[in-house]
Design a protein around this ligand. Structure first.
Ligand SMILES: [Zn+2]
Length: 429
């Protein structure tokens, strides 16, 4: 129960993955879209990163550049001829293995640049492999040289904030966030907030995140650097931090991991068909029998994730549980996954498994009326309700890194406060 809404949100942009639960959100989107937008995106003075310098040619002012784009049907020879470079130099270049390899695949739209010296001899060929990677061939008196130029995107830091009216998805859209960023935000706070049960109109979020640009065009979103979610008046803050040991994670201001040691649910798309209930009538046996787990109905073949890091201690076929896997975790905790159609390759006794790894696929083996996962959570041998059991947090920040982190965290929280303040002021004017 990290929240079905979270999973609906995650499933939304992937049309093939929309499950039962997605339909309500989909309907919401269809009926409410487009919503009025009140978003204000404040651009933070960017910490501009160095861009790679343009091809450094001959310093002589007579150095000239000819640009040529690969057209459909072009070969290297037609391209070189069009640029006035001639084919004999091309054949000499192609004798070099590195060069011929890098020129192996040209594609329409790919851009080349040819540099000529004052005697109109070809001195340099530059071409892009992708937006980020370029190659430069230098033709010197001693021969050819090829080098790879990897471009660094320009990083802009942005602040935005939103207030929830109907759903996190819509509020995120109104705040100018991409689907990916909304998912990231939902995943980040999904550990703490149940987006079905806890969310209220008026809940709000604010975040500082990176955007990556190349040549003035947005390439991608970078990570969320800091975010705050206010849920029914309670603030949850997540700060991204890389410690001196090289580990990067999201932490609460006191240095606890924002993540939990266990996922609340072992599947992305599901419907809870039977909850934890100590006096339930068994659907197959028709007797009163405690239901010591949670049933997640999902189509046969739906992947099942291990909810926490651990070790497989059992992977077998039982008459009641069908294909069942038991994983032993630290702290005396165990999880059990039953009625599987099929085990994954990780489901072998003795195997170490990590949180989120696929352990098997939904089925209806054993005593089951239809395809579902029966999931149990045991603490020191005692069955607990997986939907409500308090989950331990994942590994906190190591104590030695705490002082540096606290400085960093208070700086980031200060920034969130300032931007939130500016935003409030801008909106009241
Ligand atoms: Zn069950």
């Amino acid at each position: 129960m990290i929240s079905t809404l979270l999973y609906r949100i995650q499933a939304f942009p992937r049309w093939h993955a929309i499950g039962v639960g997605s339909l309500t959100v989909l309907m919401l989107l269809l009926t409410l879209w487009p919503a009025t937008s009140e978003s204000v995106i404040v651009e933070i003075p960017a910490s501009l990163q160095l861009q790679s310098s343009p091809p450094a040619g001959d310093t002589a002012d007579s150095f000239s550049q000819v640009a040529a784009e690969v057209r459909p049907g072009d070969t290297l020879s037609t391209l070189f001829e069009r640029a006035g470079a001639g084919v004999s130099v091309l054949y000499r270049m192609l004798a070099d293995d590195d060069i011929s390899q890098s020129l192996d695949r040209i594609y329409p739209g790919q851009s080349f640049s040819f540099g000529f010296d004052s005697t109109e001899a070809l001195r340099e060929v530059t071409f892009s492999e992708s937006q980020m990677v370029q190659h430069r061939i230098t033709l010197g008196d001693e021969g050819f040289e090829i080098e790879q130029i990897v471009r660094e995107p320009e990083i802009h830091t942005r602040f935005t904030q939103g207030t929830i009216d109907t759903s996190l998805y819509l509020a995120g859209k109104n705040a100018g966030l991409s689907d990916n960023m909304i998912m990231e935000l939902a995943t980040l706070f999904g550990w703490d907030i149940d987006f079905v049960l806890d969310i209220r109109a008026g809940d709000s979020f604010s975040l500082i995140y990176e955007e990556h640009f190349l040549d003035g065009k947005k390439l991608s979103d970078g990570p969320i650097l800091a975010a705050r979610f206010t849920n029914q008046g309670r603030d949850v803050t997540a700060i991204r931090y890389s410690d001196a040991g090289g580990r990067t994670d999201y932490y609460s201001p006191n240095g606890d991991s924002i993540r939990k040691a266990f996922l609340r649910t072992p599947m992305d798309v599901f419907r809870i068909s039977s909850g934890f209930n100590l006096s339930r009538r068994h659907p197959v046996l028709n007797t009163i029998r405690a239901h010591r787990g949670t049933d997640y109905a999902a189509p046969t073949g739906t992947p099942i994730k291990v909810t926490g890091d651990g070790k497989v201690i059992s992977a077998r076929r039982s008459s009641s549980y069908g294909n069942v896997v038991v994983v032993q975790h630290g702290g005396g905790m165990r999880t059990l996954y039953a009625h599987m159609n099929q085990f994954s390759r990780y489901a072998r006794v003795g195997n170490r498994v990590s949180q989120g790894q696929i352990i098997g696929y939904v089925g209806s083996t054993g005593l089951a009326t239809g395809p579902h996962l029966h999931y149990e959570f045991l603490v020191n041998g005692v069955h607990r309700n997986p939907q409500t059991v308090p989950l331990p947090t994942a590994q906190p920040l190591a104590e030695e890194y705490l002082p540096a982190f606290q400085d960093f965290a208070s700086n980031m929280m200060g920034q969130l406060d300032v931007f939130n303040g500016n935003y409030a002021q801008a909106n009241s004017d």
